[in-house]
Design a protein around this ligand. Sequence first.
Ligand code: FMN
Length: 192
Amino acid sequence: MAATMIKVAALSGSLRKASYHSGLIRAAIELSKGSIEGIEIEFIDISNLPMLNTDLENNGTYPPLVEAFRFKILQADSVLFASPEYNYSVTALLKNAIDWASRPPNVWAGKAAAIVSAGADFGGGRSHYHLRQVGVYIDLHFINKPEFFLKVIVPPAKFNDDGDLIDEEAKDKLKQVLLSLKAFTLKLQGKN
Ligand SMILES: Cc1cc2nc3c(=O)[nH]c(=O)nc-3n(C[C@H](O)[C@H](O)[C@H](O)COP(=O)(O)O)c2cc1C
């Protein structure tokens, strides 16, 4: 029998062309097409969403780009956040997308989620704990383990100049995150 396929919406909190976080998502997509079965990951572009302004809402409808984004989240079984740490928190880009999808009806509700990050001394880790706190209110269910904080300042290089993940140990850790997310998603849905 074919394995159950879960759909994961992946969001990067950085706009940089050679973003490490977008690179983490590309690596996750590559893993999902190779060494992990039953998981389909889509990179969801949040770069063109307007800044949240409830004046843009019209009788419970949203601007077309926002509607399209909300629909992508609604359709997903779970969410992968690649969350850079800006001043000990999540980036404005990511928070803006989170806020749009939280407007009624909150399309995050009940989904499983995971966070990955790359950064300096804590590998971007502080953003995780702010994101987890936001998740309480919007009813996201984050996997607890493994936590993925990639310290880019510690040699060897983790990314190439294009922002592609080149570190095998990190790729393996990322794979463990995806396996955990898949198992937790199926558990939440009562499928395992
Ligand atoms: C405004 C700003 C604030 C930042 N604050 C932190 C921080 O608090 N902790 C940290 O480890 N790195 C911090 N950084 C560094 C970023 O986390 C780092 O550049 C990371 O690579 C950004 O992700 P990206 O490569 O996907 O763009 C900050 C960068 C910017 C631009």
